[in-house]
Design a protein around this ligand. Structure first.
Ligand code: ADP
Ligand code: MG
Length: 329
């Protein structure tokens, strides 16, 4: 089983940022209201995700580390996915490629378990007030080939920041903190306090935290639908475009995606108002019945397949063009 976990790990965990994504998604699924991500050395030596969610009972800790043990789906319902996690692969994969310690507390006493190189420790008593701390040390120490492909700490930090910001944008009611603890220091590199109010207010507040005040104050609100697809969010005026496609946040049913068709639609919407070397800035949420979209295309879950891509593309292009035209562009 250790070998299978290592192979699966290659698909799920490409780099520190993919581990961060899996762990933060787990914290979101656990109903956390505050999530802290601590990293050291670009996540290569340490990734620690702390949440105040529902926790894992001591007797369930070994189960959480077993392959395809997920508490989130019963298998008969693969098209009807609401929570982020549904494969039960992340924790066993991480335990196969790093030294993983989970400390957690439900109503009972806190407990912890460690797995390294696929070998699991016994469950031990621990101290924790609430929620879960998942600590991953020395990612890929057992797979030097993969270690070699990691980029500089700076590049890995950048990828982690991007993942955290995307998830933070998707969950404005949750507070997020990203801290760099390299060399024993503690530097907060991103913070977004939990937003309140209705979804549009909360999203606007979160936009400010992630993309900055200037963008938030000059973004066009989008709220439109076509057939069974609903498009909401904010799109920037062409004057707030960027030289690189770094500020395009797309979500399908609350899940961050980086899908070619959707990115192409966003670009097409701005085609007449932006030069080719500029990139629009937007945070767009597409919501639809889960049966109209397949999010289970790739283990990293960032691509999606719509039953009717033409409708979704048309919705984005016409919705954004309409908003831009109203604003005089
Ligand atoms: P999945 O998320 O696909 O279910 P994972 O391997 O990521 O699979 O997690 C396995 C199980 O461990 C989850 O189904 C959940 O029950 C539990 N779990 C993992 N992380 C947390 C957390 N932060 N808080 C509470 N439970 C968790
Ligand atoms: Mg998961």
């Amino acid at each position: 089983e250790a070998a299978i976990n290592r192979i699966a790990a290659g698909e799920v965990v490409e780099r520190p940022a993919s581990a961060v994504k899996e762990l933060v998604e787990n914290a979101i699924d656990a109903g956390a209201t505050r999530i802290e991500v601590a990293i050291a050395d670009g996540g290569k030596t340490l990734i620690r995700v702390t949440d105040d969610g529902c926790g894992i009972a001591a007797e369930d800790l070994p189960l959480a580390l077993s392959r395809h043990a997920t508490s989130k789906i019963d298998g008969s319902d693969l098209l009807n996915i609401h929570s982020f996690g549904f494969r039960g692969e992340a924790l066993p994969s991480l335990g196969a490629v790093g030294r993983l310690t989970i400390t957690s507390r439900t109503e009972g006493d806190a407990a912890e378990i460690t797995v390294a190189g696929g070998a699991m420790s016994a469950v031990k008593p621990a101290a924790l007030s609430k929620g879960t701390v998942v600590e991953l040390r020395d990612l890929f120490y057992a797979t030097p080939a993969r270690l070699k492909f990691l980029r500089t700490d700076r590049a890995e930090n950048q990828a982690i920041t991007d993942v955290v910001k995307r998830l933070a944008m998707a969950e404005p009611f949750i507070g997020f903190t990203l801290v760099d603890v390299s060399g024993g220091d503690r530097r907060v590199t991103f913070r977004a306090g939990a937003e309140t109010g209705d979804m549009f207010d909360a999203l606007h507040g979160r936009l400010r935290a992630v993309l900055g005040k200037e963008f938030a104050e000059n973004a066009l609100p989008i709220d439109t639908e076509r057939d069974e697809f609903h498009l909401t969010g904010y799109a920037a005026l062409p004057t707030y475009s960027r030289g690189a496609a770094v500020a395009q946040f797309l979500f399908v049913n609350g899940r961050p995606v980086r899908d070619k068709m959707l990115l192409g639609a966003l670009r097409a919407a701005y085609m007449d108002v932006l030069s080719r070397d500029r990139h629009p800035v937007a945070a767009l949420f597409i919501d639809c019945d889960p049966t109209l979209v397949d999010v289970n295309v790739h283990p990293a879950k960032s691509e999606v397949r719509f039953r009717d891509p033409g409708t979704v593309r048309g919705l984005i292009v016409s919705g954004l063009r309409h908003a831009l035209a109203e604003a005089g562009h």
